[in-house]
Ligand binder design. Sequence first.
Ligand code: BT5
Length: 311
Amino acid sequence: MNETRRAILAAIGDGPLSGPELAAELDVSRAAVWKHIEALREAGFEIESGPDGYDLAGVTAYNGPAVEYGLDAPFTIEYHDSIGNTNDRARELAAEGAADVAVLADEQTGGRGRLEREWSSPSGGVWVSVVSRPAITPARAPLYTLAASVAITQAAREAGVDARIKWPNDVIVPIDGTDYRKLAGILTEMEGETDRVEWLVVGIGVNANIDADDLPETATSIRAEAGDVDRRRFVQRLLEAFDRYRSDLESVVPAWREHALTLGQRVRIDRPTGDLVGEAIDVTDSGALVVETDDGRETVSAGDCEHLRPV
Ligand code: BT5
């Protein structure tokens, strides 16, 4: 957001200020103040003008300036009403050298899951891809995915949804013992060399204010579970939690364990090298799943995981 507009919001957020007071405080003309106020109103900031001056009554919009305003994390927000998908755009920005940018969209017309699967992304969801340039080895990159799953789970629980994590990257809502519906997914992509990550794009998709009928049968949404959420606040909480965890990678796995539904379950892991069935007993410090099988203990770092009924 434009620096002057940011300063105006900060000033009127604490109570009314008149046009001349704002002009003096920010060292711009009164006409400029008026123009900025109009632009902010157009961007969805409800600015009232009373006898004591301009006052920020609320923020109802869902767009870049609205999400950046009051966000306690270092991200710039690039917002699109509609886009092919936010991961592709975030990768473009990353390749140009960007850091700490979050590409956010209301709708994706070509949403991607892992392994070339489709990700259904109608209007009303939270589709966001975050560019980071961390000083870590690629082996630690899965922690970013786990960090995102913890952040989503916490934000969804605050919104009243009984959200849990299914290893490695799904946020789900349990129906009974082993059945569940998927609320959110994560697609992490990266570029780097064997000993250093160049950039990481963590793509987060949360079914927020969407009818369950507009999603695959195995999916659910915040709307279906708990009613609509204020997406601006939701994205802010999500990005703030993600930023806290990525800045303290040691805290990720303990937080992940707290919300994981997979631990203690009988699971089938579908890996490129073949299926693995057993009990999921732990995750390692780098986020790999430890499975107790009939033939002993195995550690799996990637694959699709299915929760099975106990035998
Ligand atoms: C994922 O893949 O779960 C990763 C999803 C990542 C989406 C975000 S949105 C922002 C960014 N931009 C993108 O284009 N992607 C990221 P996977 O584990 O492969 O799950 C895909 C499978 O989930 C599909 O094959 C469907 O069965 C199911 N599915 C599709 N859309 C869904 C939805 N909206 N909600 C729940 N399940 C869905």
